[in-house]
Design a protein around this ligand. Sequence first.
Ligand code: AMP
Ligand code: GLY
Length: 396
Amino acid sequence: MKRVLVLGSGGREHAIGWAFAQSGFQVDFYPGNPGTARCGRNVKIESWETLKEYDLVIPGSEEFLAMGVADGRPNVFGPDKKGALLEASKSFAKSFMIKYGVPTARYETVTNEESLLKALENFTPPFVLKLDGLAQGKGVVIAQEKRFAYDIGMKMLRGEFVKGVGGKLVIEEFLEGKELSAISIIQGRRFALLPFTRDYKRAFTGNLGPNTGGMGSYGPVQIDDKLKAKVEDIFARTLSGLEQEGISYRGFLYAGLMLVDDDPYVLEFNVRLGDPETEAIVYMAPELFVENVLKAFNGEPFDEYFPNQYAVDVVIASEGYPESPKKGQEIHVQPGGFYFFAGVSESNGKFYVSGGRVLHAMGRGSTLETAREEAYRNVSRVRFEGMFFRTDIASL
Ligand code: AMP
Ligand code: GLY
């Protein structure tokens, strides 16, 4: 096998493709970015028919899977449309979890003003409201006051909160604890955990500011055997549930967990790798990652693996992110650092800001400390107007 196609254009896709390129594969990206063009080729895919030409296709983001890119295509490593519902519909995911005994927050589904008002009576603040459809990470609101929760809920129902997504939402109990990202490689009933990671969702240092797609990550996060057994039980129940629902799942499954007094609860499922978790997972052990993905893809036995170093990803973002990031500034990078590219465009050999999350400054080392130091050294090599980053990645 030689030709791999990665679908997407962010840091996650750069990281996946970079790992395969390191292992000797020819890697194409659609649509890709200026970073991916440096470890493979950015190509135009005009019809899904073209996918046939590849030995392996890895969809980076959920939209491709929810659209059914894996349906009937054995060379696409990802779940079919039905499996993708675990991410594409919060209400499907919640009822699935309850049915198969996967621990999750108590919830109610809301479809009109009446059920919204009733649900708000059945929970205490803070209220957690989640849009039912895919909303590119913008579909979750935590509201302190009932009045505000009602206003947001009505906007969600009317499809005004995230344009075009509406009609249904989920209200659930607020869980307090520490978050953990647990991602497995899946092939039918077999799963293997990838190294645990932690994602920093708030925009500013100290966990302040709005929720973002993620401002940094690190791993492996060390957890004890008891907790690990509980996380494995979550995946085992989930896979057994998928089988009972007649869904044959392969690819990646991401469980966003909240640890409440050492008990994990699933906040969300994603049917793909996380961003920025993948950057850290891949960077700590690129060959082991590729080896295990290939085994699962080929239907061979695959297992958990244990990287011998830590990796840290510090996201460099542009002023205004996540609401309305400033774009178009030239990016200056002193040589010597290592980055996965995200919101970057290129023109006449120069790099410009083209999105909210711009670069992922990477570091790795035999201790978390040295990995973090390297990542922040790489941050200091970058300069553009309005750049910002969190100073507490991997230390909070
Ligand atoms: P989700 O997309 O469902 O993971 O939600 C995005 C973020 O909102 C999560 O990473 C948490 O930080 C927060 N969140 C979601 N659900 C809850 C909950 N039930 N309790 C507390 N925080 C939550
Ligand atoms: N880092 C969260 C996500 O990929 O959804």
